[in-house]
Design a protein. Structure first.
Length: 224
């Protein structure tokens, strides 16, 4: 596999799940992937600096596991998750206790006009987009987030790409997760590419920070 450029290969989960139960099983295993690969840490660390009540929108929220983690740390926050797949929203609602008071909505982000949340986040969402869509998404967040935004995604690296399959096989994750994990890594960005995307979105140099997190995770933070 040549990782010099982003892959454009589709992910099976986006098109091949034929029923809700199968899709929910994928989401549950993706939540396990997030736990094992320490996906929650960067977002929680970024929000740890926020000491007041705030509103937050999670774009591409999937199973809602990130929002539930945030709720445990920030009980006063107003939390909303959106995902364009209605099955994801159905699964997220079922997995979220009513007491958590997390709002979910099935809608495409580019058709969504929120009431300017304080913060907007996404986790492993942007690699699903084309370069032009990624620029549009950064522009959208810059327009709608009152206090800042945070992109939590993967780093396209050979070690992550070749290391994922044995991990996923040993964990016996869903067949789509085993396939899509490597596709996701191949579709993700590198630091220089992120700088180009930020420039394309009109973000001034230094206004957003691109940071690497263990293991092989690239995050982009923008705070006003």
């Amino acid at each position: 596999m040549n990782l010099a450029r982003r892959s454009q290969s589709p992910e099976l989960m986006d098109n091949a799940c034929l029923d809700f139960e199968d899709y929910r099983n994928c989401l549950q295993d993706l939540a396990r992937v997030n736990l094992v690969t320490m996906a929650y840490g960067p977002v929680l660390a970024w929000l740890s600096k926020v000491h007041s009540a705030f509103s937050l929108l999670d774009v591409g929220c999937g199973y809602g596991d990130m929002l539930r983690r945030i709720r445990k740390r920030h009980p006063q926050a107003a939390l909303t998750g959106i995902d364009r797949n209605p099955w994801a929203i159905q699964a997220a609602r079922a997995a979220t206790p009513e007491s958590a008071e997390i709002r979910y909505e099935a809608i495409d982000v580019f058709r969504y006009e929120p009431q300017q949340p304080d913060y907007i986040i996404s986790t492993q969402f942007v690699h699903h987009l084309s370069d032009l869509e990624a620029i549009a998404f950064v522009t959208w967040m810059e327009r709608h987030a009152a206090r800042g935004w945070f992109i939590n995604d993967l780093h396209r690296h050979w070690c992550a790409y070749y290391g994922f399959r044995p991990l996923a096989s040993a964990a016996r994750w869903h067949r789509f997760v085993r396939h899509d994990g490597r596709v996701s890594i191949a579709r993700s960005f590198r630091p220089t590419e992120w700088r180009d995307l930020l420039g394309g979105a009109g973000i001034a140099p230094g206004a957003a920070r691109v940071s690497w997190f263990l293991p092989f995770r690239l995050c982009v933070a923008r705070t006003r």
